[in-house]
Design a protein around this ligand. Structure first.
Ligand code: F6P
Length: 319
């Protein structure tokens, strides 16, 4: 293999740059040319593709976001759109591509592989919602961001006998909320897995106030479950706490990646290039029990979500 491309797609995640750097440096050091494809699949279709040098991926390991830019391109499902993308790659002699992104990006990578362009997926998303890997690139950094924010909210909540309701990202996956709940010592976590019984949560808050005499309460709620501002008003009206809502939003997607994310991205980037050098495509890189492994993309997309039961139990035992 002589030429590969690399792109980032979907929601950006801290550590994507470290992955781009690893792919580029490992490939160049193995005698393979590397092309950066800008703005995800959009740049592939439009031919926004430029060679990457060792220097260009220097000084990016500590930067959040993605220097290649990212986009969501639902039209990529259309075979005629993908044909255009394949033409652009062929024109430049690009034989294979490393796709860094979430599950939507993996579907594109699989479709391209079926069209003769070997693709390897790397899990770049703060959501940790790719079930075949224990961790995705960006999750650890986002977790640090959430924990730092919630620690600050606890200070002020405690001073004012307040309940902070904090909305956490994760798409439909509750991992960021659950991990943050354990790490911050939150009182309540609400995710798609726990379900949301509003009256039950209010009752627990009344108990924390009246029986446990808590000075504050932190409720972490995964996004897309309820309107946290409305819920905070109900807390004020029906419990002894005064409720305040905070939507952490896209703050969670930014920032310098943690050392763990940088190392994970580097290990995964290396694996992606090694697979392409062996002529392998249609697979994605995962970390399982601290081993870097690869699985078929179809399989990765169909692994059922782990229940996290033990961690939810642990959370309840810590309250
Ligand atoms: O997938 C990452 C993520 O930040 C999710 O947590 C969130 O639901 C979504 O992307 C937000 O998407 P956008 O940046 O397009 O608003």
């Amino acid at each position: 293999i002589k030429r590969i491309g690399v792109l980032t797609s979907g929601g950006d995640a801290p550590g994507m740059n470290a992955a781009i750097r690893a792919v580029t440096r490992v490939a160049l050091n193995s005698g393979i040319e590397v092309f950066g494809i800008y703005d995800g699949y959009r740049g592939m279709v439009d031919g926004h593709i430029e060679p990457l040098t060792r220097k260009e991926v220097g000084e990016v390991i500590d930067r959040g976001g993605t220097v290649l830019g990212s986009a969501r391109l639902p039209e990529f499902k259309d075979p005629s759109v993908r044909e255009k993308a394949v033409e652009q790659l062929k024109k430049r002699g690009i034989e294979a591509v490393v796709v860094i992104g979430g599950d939507g990006s993996y579907r594109g990578a699989l479709a391209l592989t079926e069209m003769g362009i070997n693709c390897i997926g790397l899990p770049g998303t703060i959501d940790n919602d790719i079930t075949s890997t224990d961790y995705t690139i960006g999750f650890d950094t986002a977790l640090h961001t959430v924990v730092e924010a919630v620690d600050k909210l606890r200070d002020t909540s405690s001073s004012h006998h307040r309940c902070s309701v904090v909305e956490v990202m994760g798409n439909r996956c509750g991992d960021l909320t659950l991990w943050a709940g354990i790490a911050c010592g939150a009182e309540i976590v609400v995710t798609a897995q726990t379900g949301f019984d509003e009256e039950e949560v209010l009752e627990r808050l009344r108990e924390l106030d009246l029986v446990r005499k808590k000075r504050h309460a932190i409720v972490l709620i995964s996004e897309k479950i309820t309107d946290v501002h409305q819920f905070a008003r109900k807390i004020t009206q029906t419990t002894g706490f005064s409720g305040r809502a905070t939507i952490l939003g896209h703050i969670q997607r930014g920032g310098s990646p943690t050392p763990s994310d940088r190392v994970l991205a580097s290990r995964m980037g290396e694996k992606a290039v090694d697979l392409l050098m062996q002529g392998i495509g249609g697979r994605c890189v995962c970390i399982q029990q601290n081993e870097i492994v690869d699985v078929a993309i179809e399989e990765a997309l169909s692994v059922p979500r782990e229940s996290r039961k033990q961690l939810y139990n642990l959370f309840e035992r810590l309250v």
